[in-house]
Design a protein around this ligand. Structure first.
Ligand SMILES: [Zn+2]
Length: 160
C-alpha cells in the first residue's frame, strides 16, 4: 500500500518585534478589529485584517447571532467585505487574532475549515497565494505562506 505524506511549513515569531512593518501593522489592525466583534454568546472576539494588492486594508470581525449557524467568522467577514469592495484586486495577506474573555489564549488561533476553504477560493480566484498571520491574545505568531500549508487535500473547482 502506498502512503501519502503531507508537509506544511509555518514560520514562528516569538513576538511582534520579529515581524516586518507590514505584517506588524496588519496584525495591529486585526487586533483593533476584534474590538468590534459582536460575540455575546462565545465571548470569543475574532479580528481579521486583509491586505489588498492596492495597499488597502479591510477589516472584519465575527458577528454572532442567537440563531448560531448564521454567525459569520471574522476572517470571512473581512475577506467577503474586501471582495465586495474590490472584486478584481488580489488579497496578499490576512492577519487573524482574538480577544478571549473566557481565558487567555497564548497560542495562535487558526481559521476554521470554512474560512480555510474561503481563503483557498480567494487564492484560486486571483492566482495569488494569501499569506496568513495568526496570533492569539498574546504569544507567538504563526506566519504561513498559503492556506494550502494548513489545508491539504482541499476541494476546488477542478472537481466540478
Ligand atoms: Zn471561520
Amino acid at each position: 500500500m502506498k502512503q501519502l505524506k503531507l508537509e506544511s511549513e509555518i514560520k514562528i515569531a516569538d513576538h511582534v518585534g520579529e515581524l516586518n512593518e507590514q505584517d506588524s501593522q496588519l496584525l495591529a489592525a486585526a487586533k483593533e478589529a476584534a474590538k468590534g466583534a459582536y460575540a455575546p454568546y462565545s465571548h470569543f472576539k475574532v479580528g481579521a485584517a486583509v491586505l489588498l494588492q492596492n495597499g488597502v486594508t479591510v477589516i472584519g470581525s465575527n458577528q454572532e447571532n442567537a440563531a448560531y449557524p448564521v454567525t459569520i467568522c471574522g476572517e470571512r467577514n473581512a475577506i467577503f467585505s474586501a471582495s465586495a469592495q474590490y472584486p478584481d484586486t488580489p488579497i496578499l495577506a490576512v492577519a487573524i487574532t482574538i480577544i478571549s474573555k473566557n481565558k487567555d489564549i497564548s497560542r495562535p488561533v487558526p481559521p476554521c475549515g470554512s474560512c480555510r476553504q474561503v481563503i483557498y477560493e480567494t487564492e484560486a480566484r486571483h492566482q495569488q497565494d494569501v499569506r496568513i498571520i495568526l496570533q492569539g491574545d498574546t504569544g507567538e505568531i504563526y506566519l504561513i505562506n498559503s492556506v494550502k500549508d494548513i489545508f491539504p487535500l482541499l476541494f476546488d473547482s477542478s472537481y466540478l
